[in-house]
Design a protein around this ligand. Sequence first.
Ligand SMILES: *Cc1c(COP(=O)(O)O)cnc(C)c1O
Length: 234
Amino acid sequence: MASDIINNIKRIKQRIIEAEKQYGREEGSVKLMAVSKFHSVEEIQKAIANGVYLFGENRVQEAIAKFPELIQTFPHIKLHMIGSLQRNKVKVILPIVTCIESIDRIELLEEIDKYATKLQKKIEVLFEVHTGEESKSGFTSFEKLCEAIEYAKNSKFIVPKGFMTMAPFTEDEELIRESFKKLRQTAKDVKKKFPSLKLTEFSMGMSNDFEIAISEGSTIVRIGTSIFGERVYD
Ligand SMILES: *Cc1c(COP(=O)(O)O)cnc(C)c1O
């Protein structure tokens, strides 16, 4: 319900501010992303009207059905691709996203480079790292991750910004925390090899674990259910 969305956004923003305070994070250092998959354009508009400007979608078809018009009406909003991406979908998603968070192989970057060059559009990327047993996506090899970062570094239109991960789906807080710590450690190791890159974004934390993520250094929390309610899969 629309009134729920308004209250949910207020509540989540408040919880982010409190977590920033509690864990010694700088005020405003954590961005709120509304994950709008399976939710309607009307619901997204409600979120926009209540100050949300960053959105995440994980399926290309759905994103290109909903967002081109929204972006035209609200040019200040940003859309990030957060789901696993097939090479042949890169071409259609690039015009409507500012960032692809789910880079898990170099082949995707080659495709992004090709079409970003055609569009003459800078595309930010985050490198998705596999940090928890239950999630399937993300780099598992540090060498492959570094090869991908090297490629991104040398591309004119790809802007490497940082890292993304999904914690395991579990009630076990320590397992979740381990996952976020792993991402931070991987980032540290990467930064030793690429001291010139500003890899400052950490996209980690969802409805159930974003406060843990903030305590571990998250800069983008990806919130779906706690803003829009349960998703109805048809
Ligand atoms: C769906 C999704 C989210 C949001 O999950 P909620 O638990 O609904 O907050 C965050 N990140 C990714 C990659 C997702 O696919």
